[in-house]
Design a protein around this ligand. Structure first.
Ligand code: GLN
Length: 487
């Protein structure tokens, strides 16, 4: 069964080539066969998936109209799923059964999507390599000695290995785009506020945004339009109408103005990554697009600003895990202070602890002005850089990640080197812009991602450019050899 296109799967379901139950069993078999080597899943919900698939088959027989009816999907384990283990990759929530569904989960279910399970992730979505998960690292299907990227690494590996056709992810500073790039798949992070954060466990509330990991821009468009839209349960969700992204993909890109930021051309970029990107840009120019040099002068400050803002918000969000209401509780606390201290020390891993300490520090009385306020000002400057660029260009293109996938363990002892992996994605998050990562070639046999950034709420254009590129190339259809369907 070919999981490369949701439209293809939807057609197959409607023609009766296979049922949703058969498709779901196929995915469950693939998970059974391959997941031990990848560790992409924390929970597989086989029984409820098959029940949902049978229900979808009934709807299809009754003439269900939505393209996603009967399509299997995995959710990143950051989304609350009613009655199902929801860990956020942490020992803190090792036994947490969510009592309700996140809005993203509800909306996709209402479209007839079949949930296969919950994917592995960096603890509380903090990481770029999926090595901070309490449930162990995820491996990259292109080479299992390498990381898949993070924090949505389980979702990325599951899609790349063809275990599922699509998975949800979240992106706070790059966590949809970077793992998509490192595993050779398509990742779409919409504008901040486009998708409800209700029931999505909070890391940094002013940055967190749900996204899609899948094989193509066409698939991303279909899933995004089902997930997106105003939700009265999230006060930061945007009251903007959701365009029919999947209906706006076609058309040429003649005259498209592509901004190339001078600051994205750094000596740290792997030569193979630059070469793949240059070739991709050339193919867009051949289609009539125009390249425009632009400046995003505050780009070098984006990682430092993010590592003040994100930890500050995380220290506040994660204070709710106190061992009292839910989450890990230490044994035999002596008193309340001991309960808090030991529950949190035992429940959180090293990276999360580091972020909480940094965040508490930058928010503390003597340092608030020097760090937090300053970082917020830098954030405004970064946003202003993008806004002046979008006065002249339609999209901005650059690499998603400076290098292809790196070895497991290569950066775990050096958090700052790990943080710098997100240099091209983090500014986009600070500005709340939509961006996609699409496969654009290989460097040393490993996939390379091209990042396409749009102005606020201009997802349609990002997806259209990505789609046009995918009509011209087949990088997005390449599969890691060990996981091809016939392997
Ligand atoms: N790698 C970044 C971090 O560790 C971004 C993570 C994310 O987008 N969730 O915070």
């Amino acid at each position: 069964m070919n999981l490369d296109s949701l439209v293809g799967l939807a057609d197959g379901l409607r023609r009766g080539d296979f049922s949703s139950e058969e498709l779901t069993r196929h995915c469950l078999d693939r998970i059974e066969q391959h997941d031990a080597g990848l560790n992409a899943f924390i929970t597989v919900t086989a029984d409820s998936a098959l029940a949902a698939a049978r229900e979808a088959d009934q709807k299809l027989r009754n003439g269900a109209t939505h393209a996603l009816t009967g399509i299997p999907l995995a959710h990143k384990d950051i989304f609350c799923t009613d009655g199902v283990l929801t860990t956020c990759g942490s020992k803190m929530l090792e036994n947490f059964i969510a009592p309700y569904d996140a809005t993203v989960v509800t909306r996709l279910r209402e479209h007839g999507v079949v949930m296969l399970g919950k994917t592995n992730m960096d603890e509380f979505a903090m990481g770029s390599s999926n090595e901070s998960s309490f449930f162990g690292a995820v491996r990259n299907p292109w080479n299992t000695d390498l990381v898949p990227g993070g924090s949505s690494g389980g979702s990325a590996a599951a899609v790349a290995a063809g275990l599922v056709p699509v998975a949800t992810g979240t992106d706070t500073g790059g966590s949809v785009r970077q793992p998509a790039a490192l595993t050779g798949i398509t990742g779409m992070k919409p504008t901040y506020g486009r998708v409800s954060r209700y029931g999505m466990i909070a890391f940094a509330s002013s940055l967190d945004q749900a996204g899609v990991l899948c094989r193509s821009a066409r698939d991303a468009a279909l899933v995004l339009e089902a997930m997106a839209g105003f939700d009265e349960r999230d006060s930061t969700s945007a009251p903007a109408a959701v365009p029919a992204f999947s209906q706006q993909l076609d058309g040429d890109i003649a005259g498209l103005r592509i901004g190339l930021p001078a600051q994205f051309d750094t000596p740290d970029i792997d030569r193979g990554v630059s070469a793949a990107l240059a070739a991709a840009l050339q193919s867009l120019v051949d289609e009539g697009a125009e390249l425009v040099d632009i400046e995003l002068p505050h780009t070098p400050l984006s990682v430092p600003a993010y590592y003040v803002v994100a930890p500050a918000e995380c220290s506040s969000n994660l204070s709710r895990f106190d061992g009292v209401r839910f989450g890990h509780r230490c044994d035999n606390p002596r008193d309340l202070e001991d309960l808090y201290r030991r529950s949190r020390t035992e429940g959180f891993g090293a990276e999360v602890t580091r972020r909480i300490l940094t965040g508490t520090y930058v928010l503390s009385a003597g340092y608030f002005d020097a760090y937090y306020l300053q970082a917020q000002k830098v954030r405004a400057l970064i946003n202003a850089d993008f806004q002046s660029a979008f006065a002249h260009v339609d999209v901005i293109i650059g690499p998603t990640s400076p290098t292809p996938a790196f070895a497991l363990g290569a950066k775990t002892d050096d958090p700052v080197t790990m943080y710098l992996n997100d240099i091209f994605t983090i500014g986009v998050s600070l500005a709340g812009l939509p961006a996609a990562s699409v496969p654009c070639g290989f460097a040393d046999g490993l996939p390379v991602g091209m990042q396409i950034i749009g102005d606020h709420f201009d997802e349609s254009r990002v997806l259209k450019v990505a789609h046009r590129y995918q009509q011209l190339t087949d990088w997005h259809l390449r599969r890691p050899p060990a996981y091809r369907s016939d392997a």
